[in-house]
Structures are given as structure tokens and as C-alpha cells.
Design a protein around this ligand. Sequence first.
Ligand SMILES: NC(=O)C1=CN([C@@H]2O[C@H](COP(=O)(O)OP(=O)(O)OC[C@H]3O[C@@H](n4cnc5c(N)ncnc54)[C@H](OP(=O)(O)O)[C@@H]3O)[C@@H](O)[C@H]2O)C=CC1
Length: 437
Amino acid sequence: MGSAKVMASTRLLYLLNAKATGSITALHRAGCSVCFRRHVCSSPSRLQSCMSAWVIDQYGTNEVLRFTEEVTVPIVSSASEVMIKVHAASLNPLDISMRGGYGAKLLKLRRAPVSVMDNNSEFPLILGRDVSGVVVECGSKVTHFAPGDEVWAAVPPWKQGSLAEFVTLTEFEVSHKPKSLSHIEAASIPYVANTALSALVNAGGLCRDSSSNKRVLITGGSGGVGTFAVQLLKAWGAHVTVTCSNNAEGLVRGLGADEVVDYTVGDPAEQLEEMEKFDVILDNVGGDTERWAMGLLKPWSGAKYITLVTPLLLNTDSMGLLDGTFHTGFTLQMKAMQNIMSRGVFYRWGFYTPDGPALDEVKNLVDTGKILPVVEAQFPFTQVPQAFQKLEQGHARGKTVVRVAEDDDRKAEELVQNIRTETAESEQEVQETVKQN
Ligand SMILES: NC(=O)C1=CN([C@@H]2O[C@H](COP(=O)(O)OP(=O)(O)OC[C@H]3O[C@@H](n4cnc5c(N)ncnc54)[C@H](OP(=O)(O)O)[C@@H]3O)[C@@H](O)[C@H]2O)C=CC1
């Protein structure tokens, strides 16, 4: 065997050992999955192995995305953290916005000091908010997870993302993956689920036991958040009306929507005004929708309008942290006051909130068939820029997923096959030599 093959087979042994024992040390020794070498990054305190990831070194368009094998592995650094080997990740509109610098000022405040480089820069920054994968290492106080567990999670935007071989999160942000889903399917759900749950429960006051007699309108029901929210609300027994394009009607009806309004034909507000008024509106579209949607709520009933399209991060980016936060808070208060005083309805903003236990509830709904993953497109890890391009075209019908670990798995399989072939050839050679002699 040549030296490259010896290294490759050694890596395979380490990988198998890592799989069997869950030891990150073995994984570190296995080294880079692409070239099988063990890269070593310089670090003031320790030598750390590196991993493959898609990073950005500056904000901009798709050209700023860069593949590298030299990102430091995000090792477990606190007792409550779990390190996850990423099998699949998915993209959200936030990834496109963050690639362009959206939220940079506010998010930087929340970034952990270890992820901010010496020059106080957030770069190289890893995007990707959803992960489905396998736990490889746990902090000493982690109680709910162990190495080898299959998990899913939504990575908060102030942490390094999931377009990488490994991601490290606190155990409170992680949940056991539904057994009925593949990693690719599972990666399509966590971020939109945490967002929809936070908006509908915290801002909308809905829950499993209080939704059965509620009329809910979801605008933009065909996208990532919408396709999840429709199914969640139907599982909770609500009556769900959705706005979407004509060619998405079949999709949202298939997910359980009771009534569908095609916003591309005529004025959606006029069509919705013909219907009974709503208890809750979840607005995934924003802009002009906000103007007409308030009038669709049941007046003086405590009905709630929640929009996910908020100006908070845009304002802090453009006006600075202090002015941006003040201006945003003032705008929200004014709108809330106007609506409660003139119509008796609540005006609220919804935000993604990291919440592992909330995903546990979603897991049960998935495993009982009440929520299905809606994967519109899949891309291999080598084609992350193409996945961003797809998302940027808009008109999402569910989620776009990136298969992160498959190359590693495929390479390991190829390696095993090569070693088997080589061993068989060597044995044959030996037998022939014995025969000849
Ligand atoms: N505040 C927060 O924490 C969060 C905010 N968000 C925001 O929520 C919004 C929705 O997110 P997500 O579902 O992931 O986005 P997607 O891009 O997945 O989906 C948007 C959907 O809306 C449809 N759409 C576009 N215009 C209209 C319209 N006028 N009426 C009805 N449907 C329309 C699109 O299809 P088509 O154009 O073909 O009709 C598409 O299916 C985004 O703006 C996102 O940034 C998301 C998560 C967290």
C-alpha cells in the first residue's frame, strides 16, 4: 500500500473508532475529510484540528462565499454544550440577508468572544441556521444527550452556522431528531418551527389546547415558515386560511389549509374581507400587507396581528445600535397603541427564538405524521453557492436543503471498497506466486 492509502486507511480506522466510541479525539485524529490530512491551526492555547466549511470573509453577494478546510473545529468549551457532526443544513432568507451584512451590528454584540477573532472581526463567518446531525461530544453537565444521538436544532444567528462539518450549541437549543425523518428532511424544519412557535405562542397566545375554535390567516403560506405554520395550526385544530400564488394552492391545501386566497389574482384584501374575520394573523410577507391586514381581525376581541417582517436589524444597521433600537421601539409602541385604541386588536412582532424543548413537541407531531417536511430542493455540500442562488430567486415552496456529510460518507465507502479490492488483489498475487513456486 502507498503512503497515501496507509493514511487513508488509518483515517478510516479513526473514523470507525470515533463512530463506535463517540470520541472527538478520534475524530480529530481522523483529520480532514477531503484530503485525509490532519491540518493543524495555530492557536494561542492549543493545537486544534480543522474542518471543512463555507465561510464569508466580508459581506456581499454570492461571490463572497468561500469553501475552506481550515476552519477551527468548534470544540465543546462549556459544560452545557454539545458538539454536532452536521449531516444536513438548510437555508433561510436570513442567510441571504446575513451574507449581505444584515444585522451585523446587533448580532456582533451577542457573539461569544471566542467566535470573534483577535481583531474583533466576526470573520470568517459561517452561515446556515438549521442542522440535523449526530452528537459527537458533550460537556460535563449535559444531561439530555450523549455521543451518537441523532439531533436537530436551529442555530441562533449570533453563533457560527451549520454550513460546516461541525457545529456546537448548548443543550437547550438542541432536540432529538424525529426518528421518522432522514437528516435531509429533518434539516428543513428547526428554524421555521422555532420561528412559527415563538410567533404563534408567545406573540399570538395560541397553543395546542386553545386553538381549536380559532380562525387564523397565514400570509405567504407557501414558503418555509408558512408550510410549517399551516401544519402546526391544523394539528392544533385551528381553521386556517392562507394567501399564496396560484401554483402553490395544491401544496398548501395538501398540508391542510381550509381556505386559500390567490394573491396574484385581484386584490387579496378584497377577497379576504368577504370572509369571517380572524382571531390571529401570521404575516410572512410584510410591506403593504400590514396596512390592510389589521382590518381583517375581529375588532375589540383581543385578536392579534403578528408580523415576522420587522425593521429591528435594518434600523440598527443603518442608524447604529442606540438610535436604531430607540427608533424601532418607538415605532412598535406607536403601532401597538394605535391599533389597540382604534380597533381593540393587538399589533405584534414575531421573532425566531432558540428553543430545544419546543422542537421536542414538534418531533412528536412529526413522528405521528401530523407535520411533514417540505423539501423543495437539495444541493450537495460542494454546491452551496448554487443553493443560495436558488433561494435568491424567491418563490420558495418549502425549504432548500444542503447535504453536508454525504461526501464524507461516500468517501469512507469508496475507501473501504478500495482497501477491499487492494487486499483481494494482494491475496491473489500471493496465491499465484505460491502456485508458481
Ligand atoms: N423575525 C424573524 O425572526 C423571522 C423572520 N422571517 C421572515 O419571514 C418571512 C417569511 O420567511 P420564509 O417563510 O422563510 O420565507 P420564504 O422565502 O421561504 O417564503 C416566502 C413565501 O411567500 C410567498 N409570497 C411572496 N409574496 C407574497 C405575497 N404578496 N402574498 C402571499 N405570498 C407571497 C413566496 O412565494 P411566491 O413569491 O411564489 O408567491 C414564498 O412562498 C421572510 O421575510 C423572513 O425573512 C423568517 C424567520 C424568522
